[in-house]
Ligand binder design. Structure first.
Ligand code: SAM
Length: 341
């Protein structure tokens, strides 16, 4: 490990490239980040260099040199990344479902595995049975996103389903400010309503009892016992309220299971993301809350990631079906771990 490999050591001027050859700066930055324990050091270095130069990552190959002020900006960005600040917070954006979302430290960085939750929800809502989901007097199908953060799920659903009105909630006003801005920038502000409140309480204020065709959530689900094993990118930088799921990680699911039935219409469903090894416990919570059918959908890494619970008021024998069949990807969703500026 080099002298600047330790997080607490400041980069010394002699360790920093003194001239502006792009290839040298990239190789310096990759080795600094790798020495700091960052897995995808080269990718991060390229993303940050592209950001420093104000170009797309794919355009880096078109340039050989950079100016002194660009080099100095790049060195500062690398300094931040080696302190384990996530790239999306440094550059201020993250790709999700093929859309570019603004992110700040007030919101969780949307993850590629959450795209599976959006895909599964859209798949159901596009099915012929689900299309006649309009309640009396409604002119749009109504969905809710609980714990919206940056608005990634709510806004993606509104973009993919032109006939829906989405109600998005969060306990954090700072997160909602980011989500509203994203909805505005991505052109769906009129079809996504936002309100602050604990768990499902804002739905009551909106008078949505019995009105929702789907309730979607990616809740905080990290159990306290796992907190010590979180990477510094999460534990130091992402808002604790976005990932802390209580003693066993299931606190938020208990609230969803207890209250969702009040807001869903009889053929409505709840779709939520779960953490590793949580699918059985969450299915059981929904079964006990009166949802006769639960399905478990795996993410592209093979982890049971999404639960769909439905069949409210249905007395049929419950099924816990494990769906192995992949849901088709949407063409505009690249599933990239990182933004590709
Ligand atoms: C895991 S993050 C998900 C953010 C976003 N939906 C996504 O998938 O990228 C969970 C979100 O739930 C919010 N949250 C935490 N506790 C809450 C509560 N009691 N009521 C409502 N929202 C809450 C957090 O502020 C955070 O934005």
């Amino acid at each position: 490990m080099s002298s600047w490999g330790n997080d607490s050591v400041t980069l010394t001027p002699d360790a920093i490239p003194q001239h502006g050859m792009i290839a040298d700066a990239l190789s310096w930055a990759s080795s600094v980040l790798a020495d700091s324990g960052i897995d995808e050091a080269r990718l991060d270095a390229e993303l940050l260099l592209a950001y420093a130069l104000g170009v797309r990552r794919g355009e880096l190959a078109l340039r050989d040199e950079m100016a002194a002020d660009e080099l100095s900006r790049f060195v500062q960005l690398i300094q931040r990344r080696r302190q384990r600040e996530p790239v999306p917070y440094i550059i201020g954006t993250q790709e999700f479902m093929g859309l570019t979302f603004r992110v700040t430290p007030d919101v969780l960085i949307p993850r590629p595995e959450t795209e599976r939750l959006v895909e599964a929800t859209v798949e159901i809502l596009r099915s012929p049975e689900s299309r006649n989901g309009l309640r009396n007097g409604q002119n749009a199908r109504r969905l809710a996103d609980i714990g919206t953060g940056s608005g990634a799920i709510a806004i993606s659903l509104a973009r993919l389903l032109p006939d829906v009105q989405v109600y998005a909630t969060d306990i954090s006003e700072a997160a909602l400010a980011v989500a509203r801005e994203n909805a505005e920038r991505l052109g769906v502000r009129e079809r996504v309503a936002f309100a602050r409140g604990n768990c499902l309480q804002p739905l009551r204020q909106w008078g949505l009892q019995g009105q929702l065709q789907a309730m979607v959530s990616n809740p905080p689900y990290i159990p306290h016992s796992d907190v010590d094993s979180l990477p510094p990118e999460v534990s130091r930088y992402e808002p604790r309220i976005a990932w802390d799921g209580g003693a066993d990680g299931l606190a938020f699911y208990r609230c969803l299971a207890a209250e969702a039935a009040e807001f869903l219409c009889p053929d409505g469903f709840i779709a939520c993301e779960v953490g590793i090894h949580q699918s059985r416990a969450v299915c059981e919570l929904f079964r006990r809350a009166g949802f006769a059918r639960q399905e478990v959908i795996k993410d592209y890494g093979g982890i049971e990631r999404v639960i769909i619970a439905r069949g409210l008021g249905n007395e049929d024998v419950e099924t816990i079906a494990l769906c192995h069949c992949p849901i088709p990807r949407f063409p505009n969703a690249p599933h990239s771990r990182r933004p590709q500026p």
